[in-house]
Write a protein that binds this ligand. Sequence first.
Ligand code: SF4
Length: 152
Amino acid sequence: MITIKPHHFLDVIKLYGKGIEKFVPDKKYKHNFYSVANELMNNHEIKIQLTSGKDDICGPCIYINEDGICTDSIDHIPGVNSKDEWNKTLDHRIMSYTKVVEKDQLTAFEYCKILYLEKEHIFDVWKEESDSSKQIRYDTFCIGAKKYLGML
Ligand code: SF4
């Protein structure tokens, strides 16, 4: 079982769409993105459970505090400095459109399929980002999802 934030799942599939098939450790953040992503790549039937809080990727990250809050900051969204706040905004938007919410359990394949069927919402979820960023995110997610779902 993997506990994961919805936007982290989308990020994994997006990077898969960019051509990454074997993920490596991040030296700066020291988070678990690589091992969770590799598990998702190796087992499409693995059970996942969604959260908008600390997930299995955040576990060893240098920015997670003892209350499970991400203490990292961002500067690319006007009026939002807290990465924790921004992440929760993204995750709540994704949960709202997919109707898959906190603590729901399903397989990685099933979740990827739901996200792919509702892919147009990517433009709403990341609406504060530039048009070019959204388009790249959408295009690479679609390629990754089709590969993951065996459609390519
Ligand atoms: S703690 Fe923050 S920076 Fe670290 S993995 Fe989690 S969301 Fe990302």
